[in-house]
Design a protein around this ligand. Structure first.
Ligand SMILES: Cc1ncc(COP(=O)(O)O)c(C=O)c1O
Length: 401
């Protein structure tokens, strides 16, 4: 087998299972997992109806490029959402089976192995960026996102000679796990760096629709391009998904959009890779991209959960005021995220993810996830608030944990 597989790091949930092994939480307390970023709100019903209505189309092979109707629905959504002057459904949009597979596949298609291939990524980060890089023969470059840098990678800390070897930069906005949103000015700065040092930008925006202030939707990379008059989106690709937006993580539907010069070879790669989206899933996706009411209702639900949890936890934990996504990124009072996670599970049957499991020792010489937790606020509001109370009482009983 490919020896590069041995370079893959254990996934955070594998490490969590090992950490909790042998711990028996008290009987009588229902388990409440705040670990997995899987929406629990109801999936968008009209999309499921479209899927069922078109089930006979499972009898046909789909094309890698998707149908013109789906690409038009995606282009229309992206243009409305990010105030784009244009997005050509034929050449600048490609449906994908969720952002995870698209992120992985794009790195395989993008890296030039004949020269140094650093791939810069925020740290802490969604683990696929790193695994995809390692399997494509690249070298991860971890850009620490700390409290000092507003939980976003500090681009100014990267020396010019390092940028020289960078072929691809990942951004994640709104970010998993920190919830931080990249402002337009920072996208613009990265675009200028990409031109100067000749690298590509992959902006993972799969949480873009889960924001807390209805009047302030997070900006995106294509929006930054449009404001610069860069209507060909040169060097830029965005990754979007219905998983969080429409509570359809099992549908496996998303898209990439941006530079036609990147989309064309990526489509060619995907033709060989064999990952076309089935036609009923395409129909469900068209229905979902064309509706905003269900997405507004989702935001309303997350807003309620965030407000309730913030009220319970803010007296005992420090965390950045969440702007978007469904994660909270608190510091643990005693500073040891693993010890806290284990003891919390043992005493309260609440599962959380140690922040260090999502980070690496990076540009600042430490793991910026250490001493923090990722709390996924995805369960029903009652269960999530109950978990928050258990955490609060645990901290009150163990203030140094
Ligand atoms: C930052 C980030 N990117 C991508 C994904 C993948 O989402 P999907 O493949 O369902 O679109 C996730 C899933 O949790 C994520 O957190």
């Amino acid at each position: 087998m490919n020896p590069d597989l041995d370079a893959l790091k254990p996934y955070p949930f594998e490490k969590l299972a090992a950490l909790k092994a042998g711990v028996t939480p008290p009987e009588g307390l229902t388990p409440i997992p705040l670990t997995i970023g899987e929406p629990r709100l109801a999936p968008f019903a009209a999309a499921l109806e479209a899927l069922t209505a078109h089930r006979q189309d499972f009898a046909r092979y789909p094309a890698t490029a998707g149908t013109a109707e789906l690409r038009a629905a995606i282009a229309g959504w992206a243009m409305r959402r990010f105030a784009l002057a244009g997005l050509d459904a034929e050449t600048q949009v490609l449906p994908v089976n969720g952002t995870r597979e698209a992120i992985f596949a794009f790195v395989q298609a993008a890296l030039d192995r004949t020269r140094p291939a650093k791939v810069a990524m925020p740290n802490p980060f969604y683990q696929i960026y790193e695994g995809a890089t390692l399997l494509a023969g690249g070298e991860p470059l971890y850009l620490d996102a700390t409290a000092e840098s507003g939980f976003r990678p500090d681009l100014d800390r990267v020396p010019a000679e390092t940028w020289r070897d960078v072929q691809l930069v990942f951004l994640c906005s709104p970010a998993n796990p920190t919830g931080a949103v990249t402002p337009l000015a920072e996208f613009e700065k990265l675009i200028a760096l990409a031109d100067e040092h000749d690298f590509l930008i992959a902006s993972d925006e799969c949480y873009s629709e889960l924001y807390l202030d209805e009047a302030a939707p997070p900006p995106g990379l294509l929006e930054a391009c449009a404001r610069l008059g860069r209507h060909d989106y040169r060097r830029c690709l965005v990754f979007h998904s219905l998983s969080k937006r429409s509570n359809l993580p099992g549908l496996r539907s998303g898209f990439v959009a941006g530079d036609a010069e990147l989309i064309a070879p990526f489509r060619r790669y995907r033709t060989y890779h064999g990952c076309a989206m089935s036609l009923p899933v395409q129909q469900a996706s068209i229905t979902a991209w064309n509706d905003e009411a269900h997405v507004r209702a989702n935001r309303e639900a997350y807003r309620e959960t965030f407000a309730a949890v913030t009220e319970v936890l803010s007296p005992v934990m420090d965390f950045p005021a969440p702007e978007a996504s469904f994660y909270l990124w608190p510091a643990v009072p005693g500073g040891d995220d693993e010890a806290f996670t284990r003891a919390l599970h043992a005493e309260t049957n609440v599962s959380v993810l140690p922040g260090s499991y999502m980070g690496r020792v990076g540009s600042s010489g430490t793991n910026p996830g250490s001493g923090r937790l990722r709390l996924a606020l995805v369960a029903e509001v009652e269960a999530t608030v109950e978990a928050a109370w258990r955490i609060r009482r645990f901290i009150e009983r163990n203030p140094r944990c």
